[in-house]
Design a protein around this ligand. Structure first.
Ligand code: MF3
Ligand code: CO
Ligand code: CO
Length: 267
């Protein structure tokens, strides 16, 4: 239950793993075009990680308690899929939105990040959902500093999502990360300011809000992994891995191709 505080050597390795995870998203971006299958995106990313980066795709055969081993190297969550979409024969088409979630292991350390992609022209609602979700993630990141609480992060994310008429998924959350893929603490994307764990310098965790255009409720598919919205409304997610520094935060999962932080963030 104790939350690990990373030392300078750990942090240096987490910077490397984080950047590599983000670089997989940069690599795959030009391939995310109508007509491609999610399985083809998985294969391209797998080969890039294993052969070019010499990283290990953390999802492949990942089997947390109560789950069958995850069969692929990345997660591809399309439209009403919230998270953990399993790549396969599905062909992406004009107007779809897809989350690609990448976790690499380098030198024993994990980097975990995801972005939304538009296939051709998204609907106005789909675009707005993705933009608000990106703002939600960055609003959460922007208040990270020693003395802030996990409840502060959840509060700003939930407030922004709901102000825009969207809802926050409650069954999945951000997480501590390091030598393990998922460590304590759980980073909820909803909550009350001033409650919960106080952040300390050297903590590393992800912030990865899942925001639905409709109601917050989820349904688990029979493959044991894919999670969809119960009402089949669209869902979006972005994820970064973040270090608490003495003066605030450092985002560890940035690279050349990372989208700019949104204009509502002063960073
Ligand atoms: N990358 C996901 C996260 O952000 C976890 C995926 S687990 C998998 O925590 F097994 F589905 F890959
Ligand atoms: Co994560
Ligand atoms: Co992830």
């Amino acid at each position: 239950m104790a939350i690990s505080i990373k030392n300078e050597q750990d942090i240096e390795k987490m910077r490397i793993a984080g950047k590599l995870a983000s670089e997989v998203l940069d690599f795959i971006t030009p391939y995310v075009k109508p007509g491609v299958t999610t399985g083809a995106l998985d294969k391209l990313c797998h080969d890039y990680m294993v052969n070019i980066q010499k990283t290990i795709p953390a999802p492949l055969n990942y089997a947390p308690h109560g789950h069958v081993p995850y069969p692929k190297s990345i997660c591809t969550s399309v439209n009403h899929q919230i998270c953990h979409g399993v790549p396969g024969e599905k062909i992406l088409k004009n107007g779809d939105i897809v989350n690609l979630d990448i976790t690499v292991i380098k030198d024993g350390y994990h980097g975990d990040t995801s972005r939304m992609f538009y296939l051709g022209e998204p609907s106005i609602q789909a675009r707005r959902l993705c933009e608000v979700t990106y703002e939600c993630m960055w609003l959460g990141i922007s208040i990270v500093k020693p003395g802030s609480t996990l409840g502060d992060i959840g509060y700003v994310i939930q407030t922004h999502a709901e102000k825009n008429g969207f809802s926050v998924v409650q069954e999945f959350c951000g997480h501590g990360i390091g030598k393990k893929f998922h460590e304590d603490p759980q980073v909820l994307h909803y909550g009350k300011s001033g409650t919960g764990l106080k952040l300390q310098t050297g903590m590393i965790f992800t912030i990865e809000p899942m925001i639905n255009a409709g109601k917050r409720f989820i349904k688990q598919l029979g493959d044991g992994w894919t999670v969809v919205t119960k009402d089949h409304s669209l869902s979006a997610q972005f994820e970064h891995t973040v270090l608490v520094t003495p003066t605030g935060y450092e985002v560890l999962t940035l690279s050349e191709g990372s989208p700019q932080s949104p204009s509502l963030i002063m960073a």
